[in-house]
Design a protein. Structure first.
Length: 114
């Protein structure tokens, strides 16, 4: 069994920053890609950022230049540093990790509002 535990969500004003973390525990082995999706109310879930085991990254256009994804393979943890946050970044953020199947975190709320 694999468990993903997310942390770091919260409420910030526009222009603020948050750092999301997602740690995998349990029967963790052979992690390939890790990443983050988000889902805003009334919208489909979308991929925000992903990082391969080799460190290659990709981002949705709307967060390029504002967000940085990274991972610590020794800790089985993926991070998402989000800067210059905008109200449209408000969503529930879900981490995932790809091993033999994809595992998901429980989601963490990010709210950007003045």
């Amino acid at each position: 069994q694999v468990r993903l535990v997310e942390s770091g969500g919260g409420s910030v004003q526009p222009g603020g920053s948050l750092r999301l973390s997602c740690a995998a525990s349990g029967s963790v082995f052979g992690i390939n890609a890790m990443g983050w999706y988000r889902q805003a109310p009334g919208k489909q879930r979308e991929l925000v950022a992903a990082i391969t085991s080799g460190g290659s990254t990709n981002y949705i256009d709307s967060v390029k230049g504002r967000c940085t994804i990274s991972r610590d393979n020794a800790k089985n943890t993926v991070y998402l540093q989000m800067n210059s946050l905008k109200p449209e970044d408000t969503a529930v953020y879900y981490c995932y990790t790809d091993m033999h199947i994809r595992y998901w975190g429980q989601g963490t709320q990010v709210t950007v509002s003045s």
